[in-house]
Design a protein around this ligand. Sequence first.
Ligand code: ADP
Ligand code: MG
Length: 336
Amino acid sequence: MPSAAADIDIRIVGVRKRYGDVAAVDGVDLDVARGEFFTMLGPSGSGKTTTLRMIAGFERPDEGRIELGGTDVSRRPPFDRPVNTVFQDYALFPHMTVQQNVEYGLRVRKVAKSERRAKASEALARVRLEGYGARKPGQLSGGQRQRVALARAIVNTPRALLLDEPLGALDLKLRQELQIELKQLQQELGMTFVYVTHDQEEALTMSDRIAVFNNGRIEQVGSPAEMYEHPATTFVAGFIGTSNILERGGRTFTVRPEKIRLLPFEAGEGEPGTVHATAYLGPSTKFVVTLDEGGELTVVQQNLETRSEDIDRMEGRRVRLQWRPDVEFAIEEERT
Ligand code: ADP
Ligand code: MG
């Protein structure tokens, strides 16, 4: 967490936003550091888009304030804020060429033609679309269109780029490729990115830090490893990874599936239980085990020696689960 005010690009203080009876954003405080890849992660309806739209200026907070680079911009319209937004549905101008789309923001700001050309070409090269300038958006694939949308945003060299589920409309493989590309682009540019997604894997892949949203509030902020290994609430434990929550001796804790060893019952050590479901995942297998002492744990094992035929026979088997005490993480804080 940055301490010097100069390192903070975006500051959200006590922000609330209601729509009728719905508290879309219910008291959010957040600092995003300069050059950070910051992700707002949470289920549908948790207030991520509303928060992003308030940073962009498309919505005004009912309470609280938004600062960009130390300046309170809460009352400023979107065009007067040093940010650009990339949406899931591209929002390209269909009648304009790719080049014209990318130059648009510069033209509005009355940048000279030659400079516009040069900057747009550079932005298109950054997103690996050199040579596509003359095409219309309709002549591009979904992934290419989203690259144009990115070029159109970064060409304005905003203080921060806001991205609302930008890969949401793409198929898994393309999405995974673009996740890596986006992260590389962000690092090359050294630009602050605020990224909205409901996909925990996407958040873990790309982010420097993640804020988990639930019901218009932030449950926890931290690095991907912190969130995964030390979830502060049962909600975070369940939303990032498999929840695997146990209560033993008046204490609640979580153990991640890959930290647990599945042993034959005869091993004599470890918590006894029964396998009640299995799923063969190719490189690994998932076992869901009901424990005699109460509770249920998911175990993921690499398929080093296991064969798929053996896995089919595991359902209903008595087994024992073992893990090192230092992989148990206490869940301290409960929020609802
Ligand atoms: P997310 O992006 O996390 O899915 P949103 O910020 O879009 O969540 O929505 C948060 C809550 O606010 C939801 O309950 C949603 O239905 C409601 N909401 C968002 N925008 C509006 C609007 N313009 N009018 C009424 N309700 C809205
Ligand atoms: Mg949304």
